[in-house]
Structure formats: structure tokens, C-alpha cells
Write a protein that binds this ligand. Sequence first.
Ligand code: UDP
Ligand code: MG
Length: 135
Amino acid sequence: MERTYIMIKPDAIKRGLMGEIITRIEHHGYKITNAKMFNMTEEVLNEHYSHIMSRSFYPEIVAYMQGGPVLGMVVEGKRVIEGMRILMGATKYLEAAPGTIRGDYSFMDGENLIHGSDSAENAEIEIKRFFGKNA
Ligand code: UDP
Ligand code: MG
């Protein structure tokens, strides 16, 4: 079964949307097989977001992602990597379709509630980064 790394970001937790997001994931038929709440260090953020580190908005993303705990999860299901990206919606809230998590609940670009791996290769790297090399 395919698996992906999903992370509920600090804004979603502060707004009390954790349960709503988990419900959407479960109701879509995906299984949450591991989960933990933790605070992101700058070191792990720089690894996780190395592809946006050179962007002008990166310092704001670091502050946002360190603004409270995150919930990291391993989610399994048929074509779950692509399926979760569809459930999440587009990165920018104005481009996220209604009915998606971001489209329904996000109202600013950076703070978009949820992370999901974008490829099979990155899913495995991210699961190991957050749940250990034997995960
Ligand atoms: N981000 C942003 N503006 C952008 C691109 C990215 O604020 O133009 C932030 C946003 O929080 C996003 C994260 O950086 O979720 C990682 O960017 P990525 O391109 O990987 O988007 P995602 O895979 O999360 O949709
Ligand atoms: Mg991404």
C-alpha cells in the first residue's frame, strides 16, 4: 500500500481544525498508521523546506511553522500521495478549490494548514525524517 507524510501545521491546530482535517482524511478511506505532535526545530525545517529556503518569504515560514506544535502523520492508501494533494488543495488559498482543506479553511498564502508529500521519493524521505529510519 502506498504511504505519504502528512503534517497538520500550527495554524490548523490553533484554530481547532485538527479533528476536521483528520475526519476528512479518514472519511476518504485513508488509514493513519502513525502520528505524533512535536515542535519543529529550525534545523529540521531547513531540511524539510530546503526547496524554498532561498525565497524571500522563507523567514516568515520559519516563524509560522515554529508558532506552535505540528501533528506529523503517516497516511496509507491507494494512490494516497496524489489523493492527499487533491484533498489538500493548491498551495495558495486563492487557487485552492472549494471542498478542499485549504480551499475551505485557509485565508492567507503562507498559512495553509497542511503539508503533504509531493512524490513517492519525498514521501519516504519525509517519513524517515520525522519517524526514524526504520519507519
Ligand atoms: N509557500 C508560500 N508561498 C509560496 C510557496 C510556498 O508561502 O509561493 C509556503 C507554504 O506554506 C507552502 C510551503 O511554503 O505550503 C512549502 O511550499 P511548497 O511549494 O512545497 O508547497 P506545498 O507542497 O505545501 O503545497
Ligand atoms: Mg511541498
